[in-house]
Design a protein around this ligand. Structure first.
Ligand code: SF4
Length: 465
């Protein structure tokens, strides 16, 4: 699908007009901002930590190849099997081959945006497998046949009442709509599915190169069940999600939960280093780590490399006026909000996502809140320039912008234009013509700023007498 301004606007308008939906976003994001602010107040050196994280992420992404090799070596040494996937097809083939070797038909998944990127569920279902999402938010949207509306809270657009109706319809259980009851229903339903699963598929919050470990951060415990109950665990990791050492991973983890949910640390932080040892009672017999590129290596070394420093905390979404108004589905991507507007065109092609770089007021709130201080407004502007240079902007818009640019650069044309504007306004006043809302605009000044400035320079300075 091509996501141009029209496609974005269509869903955005639907959200704006739907009071329940826009209310759901507003309430959830307000709560999120409050929790973050309270959490950060308790960390006096948060700015130093942010600087440190920026430096860590920038240095890691700049030397990604080297760190990935170290990670691969150490993960293999710990007994994990490491695979490299260039894109969607590779990833699908690798997962299907592992499933074939184990005659697997039932898959449980914990939340993984990287697999949403390549529609892994769809690929597995087309191959005849049953795939069940086990993160509550992902489970809800899977039942509803929807896509995520937020990178850390995929079902944020659903109210508890809607979820209760959904469970009654899809699971056959009519319960009240209190969050604890709904969670209980999901737990009971999922427990049996966990026990029967052949394979568990998870994402990876970060990998640690020095030990070849992967770290999963969750709040529901489903990540631990997904990665330890089935005999085979497949972890899909974007190649940029790497910390060279545990010390650096510590800085990352100390900010991740605070900026995403306002917690000091998520409820579960699971570290997996290879499959279960002989002496361990729990854990999978096989751990496969699939390192997915999907155009990330094409971003390294470019003016957009900074986008790969993202730790997917979701903080920029909760402060973005465009995300708040339009909602996550308007982005037509697993990645919404300011980071989505940057990363989606980079990963999936600017020609396919040319509407997104314009989905921003460039107010800078995303840069202010980002724990890695990623300059998203700069990259949004760069993407807009690329759009023009690649001829992706429609002709009428191009003509309008070129005309405006010439006019703004030429004082004489500006004077002519504003002179005509003033004349038009006077005529409208004279003949009492009213256009919708136009009368709200003030009259164009009789003299331009330049003329007023020049006149001021010529006047004797009265203050000096
Ligand atoms: S860009 Fe920054 S604020 Fe947005 S998700 Fe990434 S790390 Fe978080």
């Amino acid at each position: 699908m091509k996501v141009d301004e029209k496609a974005f606007r269509k869903i955005a308008l639907k959200t704006i007009r739907d009071k329940r939906l826009s209310g759901a976003y507003a309430t959830a994001m307000q709560r999120n901002r409050g929790a973050r602010a309270a959490a950060l107040e308790r960390v006096p050196d948060v700015d130093e930590l942010r600087d440190e994280l920026k430096q860590i992420r920038a240095a890691t992404v700049a030397n990604l190849g080297e760190h990935l090799q170290e990670f691969e070596r150490n993960a293999a040494r710990a007994g994990a099997q490491v695979h490299w996937a260039q894109g969607k097809e590779d990833l699908g083939n690798i997962v299907l081959e592992i499933a074939r070797q184990h005659n697997a038909r039932r898959v449980v998944k914990s939340k993984s945006m990287v697999t949403e990127e390549v529609h892994l569920n769809q690929m597995l279902e087309e191959a005849g497998m049953r795939v069940v999402e086990t993160d509550l938010g992902e489970y809800i949207i899977q039942l509803a046949g929807e896509t995520p509306s937020h990178i850390i809270a995929p079902a944020i657009h659903q109210t508890a009442g809607q979820v209760a109706d959904l469970f009654a319809d899809k699971i056959g259980q009519r319960v009240d709509s209190t969050p604890s009851t709904l969670t209980q229903v999901a737990r009971q339903t999922l427990r049996q599915i966990f026990l029967e699963a052949d394979i568990g598929i998870s994402g990876v919050n970060l990998g640690v190169a020095e030990t070849g470990s992967i770290v999963l951060v969750t709040n529901e415990g489903n990540g631990r069940l997904t990665t330890s109950l089935p005999k085979v665990h497949i972890a899909v990791m974007g190649i940029e999600r790497l910390a060279p050492t545990w010390e650096e991973a510590g800085v990352w983890l100390s900010l991740l939960a605070r900026f995403s949910t306002g917690q000091a640390l998520s409820v579960y932080t699971s570290v997996i280093t290879g499959p279960a040892r002989d002496t361990e009672l729990d854990g999978p017999e096989e751990v496969h780590i699939i390192l997915l590129d999907n155009n990330r290596s094409r971003i390294t070394g470019t003016k957009y490399e900074e986008a790969l420093q993202c730790i997917r905390c979701g903080a920029c979404l909760s402060v973005c006026p465009v995300y708040l108004a339009s909602g996550g589905h308007a982005y037509h991507s697993p990645y919404s909000g300011p980071i989505g507007a940057v990363i989606s065109p980079l990963l999936f092609g600017l020609e396919n996502y040319k509407g997104l770089p314009n989905a921003s007021t460039l107010c800078g709130a995303c840069l202010d809140v980002c724990p890695v201080r990623i300059d998203l407004p700069r990259m949004l502007r760069e993407l807009r320039v690329d759009q023009v240079e690649q001829g992706l902007v429609p002709l009428p818009e191009r003509v309008l912008e070129q005309t405006a640019s010439r006019m703004l650069a030429t004082p004489l044309w500006m004077q002519v234009f504003f002179g005509l504007g003033r004349f038009g306004q006077l005529m409208m006043k004279l003949f009492n013509i009213k256009f919708n809302q136009l009368e709200q605009y003030p009259m164009v000044a009789q003299k331009s700023f330049r003329q007023q400035w020049a006149a001021m320079q010529e006047e004797p300075d009265e203050r000096q007498g």
